[in-house]
Ligand binder design. Sequence first.
Ligand code: NIG
Ligand code: FE
Length: 408
Amino acid sequence: MSKPLLIGPFTQLLPMSGLPLKGALSDEQLPIIEKGGLVVYEGKILDIGIFEDLKSDDVEVHQLEGNHVCLPGFIDAHTHICFGGSRARDYAYRNSGKTYLEIAKAGGGIWDTVTQTRKASQEDLVEGIISRSVTHLKNGVTTIEVKSGYGLSVEEELKMLRAIKQADRKTLADLVPTCLAAHMKPKDWDGDKNYLEEIASKLFLQLKSEGLANRIDAFIEESAFSSQEIAPYFQKARELGFDITVHADQFTTGGSEVAIQFDAISADHLEASTEKEIQLLAKSDVIATALPGASLGLGCDFTPARKLLDAGGVLAIASDHNPGSAPMGDLLTQASILGTFEKLSNAEVLAGITFRASAALNLEDRGTLEVNKLADFVIFPTDNYQEITYHQGQLKPNAVWKNGKQIE
Ligand code: NIG
Ligand code: FE
């Protein structure tokens, strides 16, 4: 039997543990273990502390030379990396001043990706997810939430979610699937039937029986579904025990109140949230997930992250990686830039992509480096953790470990 493995020394080891889930954080609150080490065994953390103190005959040593900063593996709690085709044309149209409606009329928007995703085979989708998750992994992201939502029929949504499940088996990252069949009203839908009723009655149980998703998401927006339309859909999802998450307040408000009403785990986007929504979210247990990649892709305001934190809310930060609004897909770059514009401390940025992001996925086994948590961590070639956000994503990890194994 192999022995536990001691990895280190890390110039700085940031376990991100013992910090509050809610509210503002200062860098002074960050616990830092200097000359730290991690002992890993069977995919989990067996011990954490000062490297020299952890040495013994019972452990093998993976010795590091030079300067290293170690953090928990990053968690991207909101992506749409299962899709076919590209929307470079939409991006060019937007940048030349075309409106959302004009782009949709010219054959662009979410429906364009639906058409291209429906044309793709399940295998094509699996390949696309794997290649995108490899890029995320290289950047230190070890857990990735992946939404459906470009199928928009029972069969096509199943194809996407089966592809996500298949890709999860083939990639080293952990993929967390979410059903976003309520992404928009399908343009080819027979107007006599209620789309959401059909999805709730024909897809929800199938998701359970095939183990395809435990999470239900909906886009609440003028161009997608109203709060009233979504209520019975979320009610059904809750009765069946699904976790709920919402695309909320992206262009107009309303979604975050629905998220609170249905005890959603998270309300994501929130670029349009006003003081009223900020206060309501902060008082609730709903995690506010900022998606700076969508602000950068669309050229619009950032989520009011500073205000949400100061009001006492929980802030996670995710990439929203998708072919339309957020094609960049670089979580650390985007989180760092959000920090610059919203005046977030390093602690708040790093919390948003580690333990606050794991809370947004209801995953208790990761997000911090503590005994018995998954041995998922990322190592940067520097002596000072502040260099990481300072380089806005250009300081790349020199190693990534997943389940106690070095994979990058
Ligand atoms: O999170 N807002 C709705 N859905 C996605 C965009 C999807 C797309 O444009 O393809 C988002 O930004
Ligand atoms: Fe999204």
